[in-house]
Design a protein around this ligand. Structure first.
Ligand SMILES: *Cc1c(COP(=O)(O)O)cnc(C)c1O
Length: 465
């Protein structure tokens, strides 16, 4: 009790913190002072001595800084997975960021027709661009945008097949990370899933025989995060479209990733495009905005005008629609695809995916000494070849040759050192996220662009083990 009296009053402490109050506001700092004094009081009960004043003020300072820091923090993604769902997937192009900021800052013609002065439709901001880029400029192609591709699939199924049946091959009943499973989405959309074929083989006749009076559509789902290999057979889109159209039914393709770029021409593993799906006869395609497209989180539904019109009338569309900043970023991203010559340089996703292994290795050699110096005798740091993944369920078996800084603990039992090193990198002001494999901590530098080099190296001296 006597010791308690020696704790300073809150107001007295606050008087000594004018700069902190200026930086964070009186309310936040007062809360931090109270919390630190309470911690000191609690410590006393457990036999600890009261902190000296400078120690107390430093603790308040740290608490205020931690409390004021944003929860959504930038990190260095050195996981080797370019489109990392847990790290926010695609990085936006500067053009997209600029248009997003502008839309955020000022009123904008989101649903306002500047030509007539009447009400507009937010989908019109991108529908024409998508018809041009995906539908080859066909006037019969339209598009609508929702919150993500999971929403696009849910909405499409509910709008076109509620109370009826959708036919899907057993080889395509995919589960995407985060509990998106085709059978569950069907149920939520109030659609009865009719599974056909087997896990490894599905034939033309499986589709034809599944069609009955209750069939609403045929659907193909891109097996984006796994590959069925060996004794396999799938029916191509052209054939499924023929079977669907012969029965007067629409054919829907969920592409998942759906890049608009020609991956083979970029030296990347080939990836089916929504252009190809529509050209093969699909009536609708759905794909993500923030996977290979390289834009904001969104779900795009592109295809036949009358089907899009039907989807837009569904009440779920209103519940799943996107806001102005998303549309701003999406529009700007799509515009970049009109200039394929400069696309790779402007769109971070493609720039990172096409980055040559030699350039990554050269960067690794440059930063190796700084990382080795920061780790001291704890671990030995080498530059080694590694392979990056595309991520987000795109091209699951393909790997991109890359280079990593590989930190091997010098201790006999590496486990503890590895978790210490991993936690230390994660604890930096801009947390560095790597991965542990084969008793070594790896930093795949594919996603550390040359322009980030100085920022990456500068904070290494703050590593605390
Ligand atoms: C990724 C993916 C989805 C879900 O897309 P989100 O944009 O993450 O909601 C749906 N279907 C397939 C085939 C996918 O690959």
């Amino acid at each position: 009790m006597n010791e308690n009296r020696r704790l300073p009053a809150v107001d007295r402490v606050l008087q000594q913190l004018p700069d902190l109050i200026e930086a964070h506001g009186r309310q936040l700092v007062t809360g931090c002072v109270r919390a630190e004094l309470a911690a000191a009081r609690e410590g006393l009960k457990h036999g600890l001595v009261l902190p000296e004043e400078p120690e107390l003020l430093a603790a308040i300072d740290r608490r205020a800084a931690a409390s004021a820091r944003a929860n959504l923090r930038p990190v260095f993604n050195l996981t080797g997975t370019v489109l990392h769902t847990n790290l926010g997937r695609a990085l936006l192009a500067e053009e997209a960021i600029a248009q997003m900021v502008e839309a955020a800052r000022s009123p904008c013609a989101l649903e306002y027709d500047l030509g007539s002065g009447g009400r507009g439709d937010r989908d019109d901001l991108v529908s024409g661009l998508l018809a041009e880029l995906v539908g080859g400029g066909s006037p019969d192609i339209a598009a609508t945008v929702v919150n993500n591709n999971a929403a696009a699939v849910l909405l499409t199924l509910n709008a076109l097949a509620q109370g009826r049946e959708a036919v899907v091959s057993r080889g395509e009943l995919v589960e995407i990370g985060g509990a998106f499973r085709i059978p569950d989405v069907m149920r939520r959309a109030q659609v009865r899933l009719v599974e056909i074929g087997t896990t490894n083989r599905t034939h033309d006749k499986d589709y034809a025989e599944a069609i009955g009076p209750k069939t609403a559509l045929l659907m193909k789902v891109h097996t984006s995060n796994y590959a069925v290999t060996g004794f396999t057979k799938a029916v191509d889109e052209k054939k499924i479209a023929e079977i669907a159209h012969a029965a007067g039914l629409p054919f829907v393709v969920d592409l998942g990733s759906g890049t608009l770029a020609d991956f083979a021409a970029l030296g990347l593993p080939a990836e089916p495009t929504p252009q190809q799906a529509l050209a093969a006869g699909a009536d609708l395609v759905t794909f993500s905005g923030d996977k290979l497209l390289g834009g904001p989180q969104a779900g795009l539904i592109v295809g036949r005008k009358e089907l899009i019109a039907k989807i837009k009338k569904n009440p779920l569309k209103r519940a799943l629609r996107v806001g102005k900043t998303t549309l701003a970023a999406l529009e700007a991203t799509l515009r970049l695809y009109r200039d394929p010559d400069r696309l790779v340089e402007r769109l971070p996703t493609l720039r990172l995916l096409t980055r040559p292994a030699a350039a990554i290795a050269a960067l690794a050699e440059r930063v190796q000494p700084a990382v080795q110096a920061a780790l001291g005798g704890l671990a030995t740091v080498n530059v080694e070849p590694c392979s990056s993944q595309i991520g987000s369920g795109a091209l699951p078996v393909e790997r991109l040759p890359s280079a990593a800084l590989v930190c091997r603990p010098n201790a006999k039992k590496p486990g503890k050192t590895l978790s210490t090193v991993e936690a230390a990198f994660r604890g930096l002001p801009v947390p560095v996220i790597g991965y542990i494999r084969d008793d070594a901590y790896h930093l795949d530098l594919r996603c550390l662009e040359d322009r980030d080099e100085a920022r990456f190296v500068a904070q290494l001296q703050q590593l605390k083990f």
